[in-house]
Ligand binder design. Structure first.
Ligand SMILES: C[S@@+](CC[C@H](N)C(=O)[O-])C[C@H]1O[C@@H](n2cnc3c(N)ncnc32)[C@H](O)[C@@H]1O
Length: 282
């Protein structure tokens, strides 16, 4: 089984500070690397993941840490339904090694498998999304979520061929530099990743305690732009004029971090990662 190495975990822990007795949402449980670190630091953790295959790992962590750990098998935009407030909400976005490195999940152009790409293993697969899309709709997906330059021509070829496997799709893409962006764009569309992120970020301010932190680790420019712009809006809003200078906006920014040479040397997934964070002022 592929091992998932958590990205930027030391930086996330450093940004969160003392977690003893703190209530933390781990929005993206994955292999549980972040949740385990939060629990080892004394936090009370509520974790989300929409991928049912992580259930066994979540159960093992529950056995180890008891009722300090709660797992919610659902997309993280369901945090809007939580009544409590928290001291930290953490997103480690994108897909895990267990998803990208398993051929049958259909996420990767490196392995031949069904053109699936569903994190939740439910709903419309990538092959079905292509079959249901017009060339114009598919071109918009390729452009918006992959910055693919010749999106119109490529979308027409993909719609005509109706690929059913990852290799069938890969072989339709003539320019090697378009392969990864096309796969990324379809994955984002199949999983409504930008809708999920936007709705969850909308829920963050009302679910954080004063002094609470929101940290997001992003892996591509499209999700990073959403996080960056949202955090910028929160930290530059006119806010409360009765508060002292730096605290006047509803949030204060935490320094943005990128993986260092050391981390890049042992974890290729860290390549494009950014960690951004904010602290709720009042
Ligand atoms: C990069 S991995 C997280 C790895 C984790 N931090 C660790 O240390 O093991 C991302 C995980 O988030 C999950 N995920 C992505 N988007 C999600 C969403 N909208 N709702 C719930 N889970 C999501 C994926 O299924 C995947 O398991």
């Amino acid at each position: 089984m592929t091992m998932h190495i958590p990205v930027l975990l030391d930086d996330v822990m450093g940004a969160l500070g003392d977690l003893c007795g703190r209530r933390v949402i781990d929005a993206t449980f994955g292999a549980g690397g972040y949740s385990r670190a939060f629990l080892n630091a004394g936090a009370i953790v509520t974790a989300f993941d929409r991928d049912p295959t992580v259930g066994t790992t979540a159960a093992a962590i529950r056995d180890e840490f008891g009722d300090r750990f709660t797992f919610i098998a659902a997309p993280f935009d369901e945090m809007t339904k939580l009544d409590d407030t928290y001291d930290a909400i953490v997103f480690d976005l994108g897909i895990s090694s267990m998803q990208i490195d398993v051929a049958s999940r259909g996420f990767s152009f490196r392995f031949d498998g069904p053109l699936d790409m569903r994190m939740s293993v439910a709903g419309q697969t990538a092959a079905q999304l292509i079959a249901c899309s017009t060339p114009a709709e598919l071109a918009r997906i390729l452009r918006d979520f992959g910055d693919v330059a010749n999106a119109g021509t490529l979308a027409r070829a993909i719609c005509d061929a109706a690929p059913q496997t990852t290799f069938q799709l890969r072989d339709l893409i003539h320019r090697p530099r378009d392969v990864a962006p096309v796969f990324q764009a379809l994955r984002i569309a199949v999983n409504d990743e930008m809708g999920q992120l936007t709705r969850a970020l909308d829920a963050v301010p009302s679910h954080l305690n004063v002094g609470g932190k929101c940290i997001a680790v992003t892996f591509h420019s499209i999700e990073d732009r959403i996080v960056k712009n949202t955090f910028r809006d929160w930290t530059t809003a006119p806010g409360d004029p009765r508060m002292p200078g730096a605290m006047r906006a509803p949030f204060v920014a935490i320094r943005t971090t990128r993986p260092g040479a050391d981390e890049l040397g042992h974890n290729a997934r860290a390549r494009s990662a950014h960690m951004r964070g904010v602290i709720k002022s009042y």
